[in-house]
Design a protein around this ligand. Structure first.
Ligand SMILES: NC(=O)c1ccc[n+]([C@@H]2O[C@H](COP(=O)([O-])OP(=O)(O)OC[C@H]3O[C@@H](n4cnc5c(N)ncnc54)[C@H](OP(=O)(O)O)[C@@H]3O)[C@@H](O)[C@H]2O)c1
Length: 407
């Protein structure tokens, strides 16, 4: 019986991890699939770099050479950015190849289109590695959607930001010192904008939104804020009242509308995301029947990401979900979806008076006040009190010195 031929696009952290995992798990793959898996071709940019790739494998910088091969069953895409990845994937689908991708930016933008194209060509797309690396969040969501209605998803989806915030807190470092440490350890790239400004978490959130709610909010309506403005002083101050800063990506249905955000949020000790430290990722899913499920694990790295992609390889080859079944068909608001009021902590730098709230009793001593308000109220308060910082608080907070306000 002929072997399953795989082409890997990109041979960086992810592509090389997939190549190694296929080679180290040959026997297991053959046992599960009933056929050998062979990496027939690898696409790279610089074909003169020595990479220790088997001589039998075609190594090329020209994608046409891969498409010209007599047989490619699966294309694993692990290059960076929207293009040329999007074009290559379309061409591979049209040639009848299954696709597995790790490229969150490309998939957040073009995922729905590619799924449609894949369905038309009777192939499947695996994209587990696009969100939270080795954490099987996509498969878990698809499984839950057989019967549950997803109410909310919130999580720590960017390991680099979480590492920086953890280091700032545990070692009392400034943002720049913690970023430097992340770069030295290989957790942050030389240009860390995508991670620290929340873009990476945003793309992942949009992918989750499509699966859970059958659509995405308008991108311009999703507040996206990174962690660059958080100071070491703020981190130490909120720790005194049992809170930690986390870059939280969150998406939920409110009155039938998909509402999302990516922003620094304060998390209390009782919340499952409080103890997620360092480069770990964690996602908490709330389903109407199951309640809350929290997954935690490595969000990036060579082998965790390869693990997700090789699992996808099996799924696309042995009756994985057909593309049409991947997304919840449509989203509808339920009676329970209410205009949600959240708990917020306002941190004042000095003795300035809080405008826009007629009566409030806060902890003058600590210059912070707890508020209970919806997004709109907070956005008005932000405008009127631009010297103060407002952070949403997740989890229970037992804080005697402040009084909660209902606005
Ligand atoms: N790193 C992780 O832990 C992780 C986790 C989950 C998802 N992802 C996603 O996976 C993808 C790959 O990430 P990575 O960390 O492996 O990146 P990387 O280490 O920078 O590797 C990128 C690879 O793609 C090749 N490449 C780039 N542009 C190309 C082009 N136009 N034509 C042909 N080859 C090209 C490069 O070739 P050369 O080697 O010749 O330069 C390199 O081998 C990204 O979309 C990333 O967001 C990464």
């Amino acid at each position: 019986m002929s072997s399953i031929k795989v082409a890997i696009l990109g041979f960086g952290t992810v592509g090389e991890g997939v190549y190694k995992t296929i080679n180290t798990h040959k026997a297991k793959l053959e046992a599960v699939l009933g056929r050998k898996v062979e990496v027939a071709a690898i696409l790279i940019k610089n074909k003169y770099k020595n990479r220790g790739i088997d001589k039998e494998t075609l190594v090329t910088d020209d994608f046409n050479e891969i498409l010209k091969l007599k047989k490619i069953d699966v294309v694993v895409e692990a290059i960076v950015g929207q293009e040329p990845a999007f074009t290559y994937i379309q061409r591979a689908i049209q040639k009848g190849c299954h696709i597995i991708t790790a490229n969150k930016e490309m998939y957040a933008i073009h995922g729905r289109f590619l799924q449609k194209l894949a369905a038309e060509n009777n192939v499947s797309i695996g994209f587990e590695a696009t969100v939270a690396g080795g954490v099987p969040i996509i498969q878990t969501l698809q499984q839950l959607l057989n019967i549950n209605h997803i109410v909310k998803i919130e999580g720590i989806l960017n390991g680099t930001s979480n590492y920086i915030l953890s280091e700032m807190r545990a070692r009392n470092l400034s943002f720049n010192e913690a970023l430097k440490s992340a770069q030295e350890k290989g957790y942050a790239e030389a240009n860390p904008t995508n991670d620290i400004e929340g873009y990476d978490a945003f793309y992942k959130l949009m992918i989750l939104s499509e699966i859970a709610f059958g659509g995405k909010p308008k991108w311009e309506n999703v507040p996206r804020e990174g962690i660059t403005a958080i100071t070491a002083e703020q981190i130490q101050e909120v720790e005194k009242i049992g809170l930690r800063f986390k870059l939280i990506a969150s998406i939920q249905l409110v009155e039938g509308e998909i509402i999302g955000s990516v922003r620094p949020t304060l998390v209390s000790e009782q919340h499952p995301l409080y103890n997620i430290e360092g480069v770990e990722n964690s996602v908490s899913i709330e389903g109407d029947i199951v309640g809350r499920i929290t997954l935690q694990g490595p969000g990036a790295g060579m082998l965790p990401t390869a693990s997700a992609m090789v699992e996808d390889l099996i799924h696309v080859l042995v009756g994985g979900k057909k593309t049409n079944d991947l997304y919840q068909k449509s989203f509808v608001g339920t009676e329970e979806d209410k205009k949600i009021k959240q708990c917020w902590l306002m941190i004042q730098p000095g003795e300035a008076e809080l405008k826009g709230v007629s009566t409030f009793m806060g902890s003058e001593r600590d210059h912070h006040v707890l508020l209970e308000a919806d997004e709109l109220t907070i956005s008005t308060l932000r405008k009127e009190n631009h010297w103060a910082s407002f952070f949403e608080v997740l989890g229970e907070l037992n804080y005697k010195d402040s009084v909660r306000l209902t606005s």
